[in-house]
Design a protein around this ligand. Structure first.
Ligand code: RP5
Length: 163
């Protein structure tokens, strides 16, 4: 079975954040895989994953990392498949280090960079869904319904002054 979305992360410790992306993909019925692929600790694994990505049928790669977060950019250098980067929040610098490491790519090798942390990971899942929905009408309908349900869940007034 072809898996359209690959979620990769630099460490097991990133999974608490990156599972937000997986959850959104589950809710939308999008098959995905999750792998630990570290730019620094397992560079050969990174290279192998990037080299094989097109042939394996991946269509979007979501890459999360923290600190010296080189994984998304290095993956973008290795494959033309769109890479969505998620800056993982860090204890030392709050994730600004991760954000700066991911967002400031040189011309030619883009990474679509999300917000720091859990919201960024969830949005990465939604961004991947939006990309895939361009050529999948059934998924487009599911994504529209997901967005409408979220809008409908937002109350019009704060709880304690609701009529
Ligand atoms: C990065 O270092 C990972 O992406 C992770 O966010 C951070 C810390 O990794 P651990 O020390 O928790 O394994 O490579």
């Amino acid at each position: 079975m072809t898996v359209p979305v690959g979620i990769i992360m630099g460490s097991q410790s990133d999974w608490a954040t990156m599972r937000e992306a997986a959850q959104v993909l589950d809710e939308l019925g999008i098959a995905h895989e999750a792998r630990i692929v570290s730019a620094h600790r397992t560079p050969d694994r990174l290279w192998d994953y990037g080299r094989a990505a097109v042939g394996r049928g991946l269509q979007v790669i979501i890459a999360g990392a923290g600190g010296a977060a080189h994984l998304p950019g290095m993956m973008a250098s290795k494959t033309r498949i769109p890479v969505i980067g998620v800056p993982v929040q860090t204890r030392a610098l709050g994730g600004v280090d991760s954000l700066y490491s991911i967002v400031q790519m040189p011309k030619g090798f883009p990474v679509a960079t999300m917000a720091i942390g859990a919201a960024g990971a969830a949005n990465a899942g939604l961004m991947a869904a939006g990309i895939l929905a361009l050529s999948d009408p059934a998924l487009a309908a599911r994504l529209d319904a997901w967005r409408a349900a979220l809008s409908a869940s937002i109350p019009e007034a704060p709880e304690d002054i609701r009529p």
